[in-house]
Write a protein that binds this ligand. Structure first.
Ligand code: ZN
Length: 726
């Protein structure tokens, strides 16, 4: 994936010095970008990729086999990971081999170190003559981010197409400890619900598997963090399809295997298989160190592209498909008046035939044309209308699904494009009862059609934002598509990245919203290729949104995580006494608004306006912050929710404290406080509260009392000088 992003600008090819004398021990720097580097020790055959936070070392033995020296915290000599076996496996011709191990059939052929546009990379190519395959083990390190990204690509050596199975990203031993995972979007309430933080430990011999069968964030999030009180190892997959991670306790070690089991892929002449990327990193085990490292990794992989985090008005929960030009213009007028920056036209802008209800957006899906009856001036004119009122304009699409009654019409989807799982458009539904189908993006003609269809409205309407939805998933098992029967999921996911990459290349300023509520795919790959992720269709009540944020903050910068202020549960906006509570519950992340503004009174609109302005004002300092949940995920009212965002450069913190019905004050331990600094504490509602010494904050924590004016306090803690005079 991300070939566009991972394009090397300089290559240094090094042939192996197989006969080098062990006595001639010199370390050469072969690539460098800021603090990230690749070094080789010609004497020992050791290649080290790393930066100021971590190093990862592999060794080429004189017999051209590969050994792992492992992952270490920079400045320490002992690796945290255990064992010297190569760090990945592949199933080829029915046998699982450890790539580069003696007798694996794969020997090291060459090593390349290179400096890319925003990273360094190390690529070790192995030859498997008997298998007819060449595999390349890739390692990438970004500056300032304590993690190593790794994956395997597999190419056929001749003109044969060859099948490989079980694309593994890594298989590495780490110290045993408490394992933190986060459940996925589809986790039922009786199992804790979506995005729940769970900590487990394994007994010797015990095994644990996390994963998602179809989409990255269905059952579990593709992430884990393991701490033993001394070291902490964290990692995740950059993959949006089905995946699996298995952990097995072996003595004081945990073997972590992560990848795509139970699948096949074809290495074809001229088309290598690229396995899923994954990252692994390490730090000292102190609270929040893993969150800070993962936040840095996500930012670093985006090559300087910031999360826009625009305040957004969305039409969906207000109008469903009953949206037209006049309604949209009225919404633009009202949303712009309260300071909202982006008008997002959601589903239903295309002609419909027989919709079942106001939320039936499947009807007409796949025509890729605007309904001229409801939008007589066209969508480009509506985008202009938004721009004239100072707003950006967003267009909704669901590129990989079509209504079946559009199939076969001139210029529209062909029946050959459609994904079939064991002959069905939708598993468990007879085909004559199905209304829609997924496009299998693995099919080259389908991929070309989707790309063309997508680019046309982007050229014509010129939206600022694209909301990319996804509401159908099947494992395509068609035998007449260019993927193995059990390879539809893999090829579809790779093709998704190709299309997203093509859109990004052609429209670099366009921001993309990953609509994960329907999509069940909020992951490290899409956090690189998209700019905003709508977390969950359940965007209310506020307590639910805060719970989602609490779980997902371990993985993603808060400014990627999007939710709407809208009515739901026992909350309404019209009757809300505490509008700041509604907006501030979303404010650590991206603030959206999905409510009928006509129904609101002057007071509610004024208060929304104030809160939207506060969100925009805070965003300037939130943009590269690390966000910590200082309290655990709350099951219900009566307990505090407290979140802290720390700006590493300035040392400024923003603290969001939600009393949630709690009657008593709370004391929270803060992150990132310096003992020798005096901090000024300000409130968004009551200006300056007072001055605090860093040493006192570290020793005693911050006491937060319920405030009379709102259940949602926003506090800013800013360094104002040294504490030496104290
Ligand atoms: Zn297919």
């Amino acid at each position: 994936m991300n070939r566009q992003i991972l394009r090397p600008v300089a290559l240094i090819v090094t042939l192996l010095a197989l006969c080098a004398s062990p006595a001639a021990r010199t370390v050469d720097r072969r690539a460098q970008y800021l603090d990230a580097f690749v070094d080789v020790d010609d004497g020992s055959g050791e290649w080290t990729i790393g930066n100021a936070a971590v190093t990862y070392t592999v060794a080429i033995r004189p017999n051209r086999s590969l050994e792992t020296r492992g992952l270490a915290i920079a400045g320490t000599s002992d690796p945290i990971t255990g064992g010297t076996a190569p760090d990945t496996v592949l199933t080829v011709a029915g046998a699982t081999v450890r790539l580069g191990a003696p007798a694996s059939g794969f020997v090291v052929e060459s090593v390349q170190a290179s400096t890319g546009s925003h990273f360094v990379s190390l690529a070790i190519r192995l030859h498997g003559v008997d298998h007819g395959l060449a595999v390349t083990r890739h390692y990438v390190v970004y500056p300032g981010a304590g993690a190593v990204e790794m994956w395997t690509s597999i190419a056929t050596l001749d003109h044969e197409t060859r099948a490989v199975q079980n694309l593994n990203a890594y298989d590495i031993g780490v110290p045993a400890g408490a394992i933190d995972v986060v459940t996925g979007l589809q986790t039922p309430q009786q199992d804790g619900g979506a995005f729940t933080r769970v900590t487990r430990s394994l007994q010797v011999g015990e095994r644990m598997t996390i994963g998602s069968a179809t989409l990255s964030s269905g059952e579990f999030m593709p992430y884990l963090s393991i701490g033993n009180g001394h070291h902490r190892v964290y990692g995740g997959l950059l993959w949006s399809g089905g995946w699996s991670t298995t952990l097995v306790r072996d003595g004081e070690s945990l073997r972590v295997t992560t990848g795509l089991p139970g699948m096949s892929a074809w290495a074809r002449p001229g088309a290598a298989v690229e396995g899923p990327h994954a990252f692994i990193g390490a730090t000292w085990d102190r609270p929040g160190a893993d969150i800070e490292a993962v936040t840095r990794f996500v930012h670093a992989g985006r090559a300087g592209r910031e999360f826009p985090a625009l305040t957004t008005f969305n039409t969906w929960f207000v109008h469903g498909i009953n949206i037209d030009e006049r309604t949209a213009q009225r919404d633009i007028d009202m949303a712009s008046a309260i300071g909202v920056e982006l008008f997002q036209l959601d589903a239903g802008w295309y002609p419909r035939r027989r919709p079942r209800d106001v939320f039936d957006f499947t009807d007409g899906l796949g025509t890729w044309e605007a309904d001229t009856e409801r939008f007589p001036s066209g969508l480009a004119a509506l985008a202009d209308y938004a721009h004239e009122r100072g707003m950006k304009f967003g267009l909704w699409v669901e590129p990989a699904r079509v209504s079946l009654d559009t199939v076969g019409r001139p210029g529209l989807a062909d029946a050959a494009f459609l994904a079939l799982q064991d002959g069905h458009y939708q598993p468990g539904v007879e085909n004559d009862a199905a209304r829609d189908a997924q496009i299998c993006l693995a099919d080259p003609r389908a991929r070309a059609w989707v790309t063309d269809r997508l680019i046309a409205p982007l050229e014509q309407v010129r939206p600022d934002n694209l909301k990319w939805d996804f509401n159908r998933w099947v494992h395509c098992t068609r035998v007449d598509h260019q993927h193995p029967v059990n390879g539809g999921n893999y090829e579809h996911t790779r093709a998704l990245y190709e299309i997203l990459g093509a859109v990004r290349e052609r429209f670099p300023a366009l921001t993309i919203e990953n609509c994960s509520g329907g999509g069940h795919r909020i992951d490290f790959a899409l956090a690189r290729l998209t700019d905003t992720a709508w977390m969950d269709d359940r965007s209310a009540p506020s307590a639910h949104v805060r719970r989602n944020l609490n779980g997902l903050l371990a993985l993603f910068p808060a400014k990627y995580l999007f939710s709407y202020v809208m009515a739901g549960g026992d909350e309404s906006i019209e009757a809300a006494e505490d509008i700041p509570l509604l907006v501030r519950s979303r404010m650590p992340g991206v603030v959206g608004l999905a409510t009928d503004l006509r129904q609101l009174g002057e007071r509610q609109r004024n208060e929304l306006h104030q809160q939207i302005e506060l969100a925009k004002q805070l965003r300037a300092v939130q943009v590269d912050a690390t966000t910590y949940a200082l309290t655990s995920q709350r099951p219900g009212p009566g307990e505090w929710d407290v979140i802290q965002q720390v700006m590493s450069g300035s040392g400024v913190s923003i603290i969001f404290a939600f009393a949630n019905g709690a009657a008593n004050p709370i004391v929270v331990p803060l992150r990132g406080i310096r003992a020798d600094v005096i901090y000024e504490l300000r409130s968004a509602d009551r200006v300056t509260v007072g001055r605090l010494h860093g040493a006192d904050l570290i020793a005693h924590g911050l006491l937060i009392a319920p405030a009379p004016e709102t259940a949602a306090q926003v506090l800013v803690l800013e360094p104002v000088g040294g504490a030496a005079t104290h």
